[in-house]
Design a protein around this ligand. Structure first.
Ligand code: AHR
Length: 316
């Protein structure tokens, strides 16, 4: 019979071996500073990155900044103090990051910007994994110009003030409508990327523009604000997507439902699955490999013709 002592030794050995292999499996410890959960898209981005980390056995330290930059700066500093292998940062606004990015760089910790950019020296971060928001804005404008034969008074629901998403989507849209003298942005204000913000601001636009009679279209920097605007348009007794055209960005499941119901006209997809390219970039940097400064993730334009099918597929 095996002596208890022998058993104890082999179990301990087994435990250590197991401990080691799990430790070996937890490839990396990564800090993720997320902006918050202001939209359906952001919630799916968070879920996707967490699932990818779990799949890879990555020890992910997640922080929700509740839309505040100071919380993100605090989170990045705590990640540095924890000695993480890498940091994922979704910067709520574009400016004010130089100092904390320099601290991460001095600590030898690569920072990947996910989905949004910063107005800081490229040397201060490893790479940006994001869509080209200027292209998204330009695509929305091109669709509107075609749909209206270049004649339209449009109101704009902007995203979070100071965010690269809002700045670039505005710039892209204006760069195209600027070629169409009969397309005018008659009102523009931030709805902060939220459904309630979109509804509130659209209500004020409708009131200010003769109950909406002067408005040909609403361009929303994201689907959640567009869905809020649709509600406001209906409550004003008008028909969204008909009396007032609706074009937005994200391609969340709910926008396809609204499009299939005839309440919106077009959306541009923003890919939420940014975990895999971000973790790959950190791993490549740790192996001393070159990483491009911008890993692009642009998506297509969707129209009502495929909306019901898209909704069925994405709302599973
Ligand atoms: O940065 C991307 C934007 O952030 C998404 O379009 C929007 O839904 C989110 O708030």
């Amino acid at each position: 019979m095996v002596s208890l002592k022998k058993l104890a030794v082999s179990t301990a050995a087994l435990g250590v071996a197991l401990g080691l292999s799990f430790a070996a499996q937890a490839e990396m410890m990564i800090g993720f500073s997320q902006i918050g959960s202001e939209s359906g898209w952001r919630t799916s981005e968070t879920a996707s990155i967490k699932a990818e980390a779990e799949k890879r056995g990555i020890d992910l330290k997640f922080s929700d900044a509740q839309q505040k930059q100071e919380n993100q700066i605090k989170a990045v500093r705590s990640f540095i103090a924890q000695g993480v292998d890498g940091i994922l940062l979704a910067p709520v606004v574009e400016t004010g990051w130089d100092q904390v990015l320099k601290e991460a760089k001095d600590a030898g910790i690569p920072v990947v910007l996910v989905d949004r950019g910063v107005a800081a020296d490229e040397d201060l971060y490893l790479t940006k994994v994001a869509s080209d928001f200027v292209v998204e804005g330009a695509l929305a404008a091109a669709w509107l110009a075609a749909e209206t034969n270049g004649v339209c008074d449009v109101v704009e629901l902007q995203g979070t003030v100071g965010s690269s998403a809002a700045n670039d989507r505005k710039e892209g849209f204006e760069s195209v409508v600027g070629n169409f003298p009969a397309i005018n942005i008659i009102r523009s204000q931030s709805g902060d990327f939220t459904r309630s913000g979109g509804k509130e601001v659209m209500e004020s636009f409708l009131k200010a523009e003769d109950g909406g009679k002067n408005i040909c279209a609403v361009y929303a920097h994201n689907d959640d604000m567009a869905l809020g605007a649709v509600q406001a348009i209906k409550e004003a007794g008008l028909d969204p997507a008909d009396d007032i055209l609706v074009v937005s960005i994200d391609a969340v499941p709910d926008i396809f439902k609204a499009m299939a119901d005839g309440d919106t006209n077009a959306t541009i997809e923003l890919n939420p699955h940014l975990g895999a390219p971000s973790f790959d970039a950190i791993k490549a940097a740790m192996a001393g490999e070159e990483v491009p400064k911008w890993i692009k993730a642009n998506g297509p334009l969707y129209l009502p013709a495929t909306a019901a099918e898209e909704y069925k597929m994405r709302s599973k």
